[in-house]
Design a protein around this ligand. Structure first.
Ligand code: SF4
Length: 257
């Protein structure tokens, strides 16, 4: 199906269904996806691993961002949030931490009221500089799609072995100061059923939410084309009932469909 890649370092601003008016930052190549997951629902398509494309240098990111901020300020454009997302996993960039520091400095100079958000798949939290950088941003949005290793294998297809327990232990480094994001989806993949919103899945997921006590939770489902056409959205009513269970723990939750 028609997945897509961002063709710039800085893209937008766009109105994000979850974050508001968002200027995107892509720390991955402009013509290839690089990720240590290969989620079957990824809007960027499959992780092929076959790229000779380079990651943008720290100076390139800083200069592109400054230029865009200057244009936006000259146009009196609004900006709610600067969002690190793009063609894969942003925390893979070897200078992720320094780029976050540059972004904080530029944000303070040009758009002091804008938030900085990072959407990450939680796989690089064994690296202290990544964790420390994520602690410095305003919205640290970290993925956990299931409480079961077998579901993570099927849904996220990690490139290196990682367990749910390792992810949970890494997430605990934030003492609850993060947003937990979970994408719910169902369908089939290679003839196998996939559904991370079954009663068994939800029971375990809620236990983990309770254990982690994140400051808030984002639940959502697929919204655009995915690499396979055998996946379906989880209906809004089901997402709302999942959200109710999170609210019952006293944790705010945002639902996006
Ligand atoms: S973690 Fe994000 S970028 Fe990586 S494969 Fe999954 S959805 Fe795509």
């Amino acid at each position: 199906m028609a997945t897509f890649l961002f063709d710039k370092i800085i893209f937008g601003p766009v109105r994000s269904r979850r974050l508001g008016v968002s200027l995107g930052v892509n720390l991955l190549p402009n013509d290839a996806k690089i990720c240590n997951f290969d989620c079957i629902y990824c809007e960027c398509g499959w992780t092929t691993g076959a790229t000779s494309s380079k990651l943008p240098a720290r100076t390139q990111v800083r200069e592109s961002m400054q230029k865009r901020f200057q244009q936006m300020r000259a146009n009196d454009d609004a900006l709610d949030v600067i969002t690190f997302a793009g063609n894969g996993e942003p925390t893979i960039h070897p200078h992720f931490a320094e780029i976050i520091d540059d972004t904080i400095a530029l944000r303070n100079e040009y758009f002091p009221h804008a938030r900085i958000a990072v959407l990450s798949n939680s796989t690089m939290l064994h690296k202290p500089p990544v964790v420390e950088a994520l602690k410095r941003v305003d919205q640290n949005i970290l993925k956990l799609d299931s409480g079961f290793d077998a579901t993570i294998q099927l849904l996220n297809q990690p490139k290196k072995p990682i367990t749910v327990r390792q992810i949970i232990d890494h997430l605990k480094q934030f003492d609850g100061n993060f947003t937990l994001q979970t994408l719910f989806v169902r369908g089939t993949y290679n003839g196998k059923p996939v559904d991370n919103a079954t009663p068994r899945e939800l029971e375990r997921w809620i236990e983990i939410v309770d254990e982690l006590q994140p400051k808030d939770v984002m639940v959502y489902t697929i919204a655009r084309d995915t690499p396979i056409d055998t996946l379906k959205k989880v209906p809004q009513a089901e997402l709302e009932s999942i959200a109710e269970r999170v609210r019952a723990l006293g944790i705010p939750v945002q639902v996006s469909c």
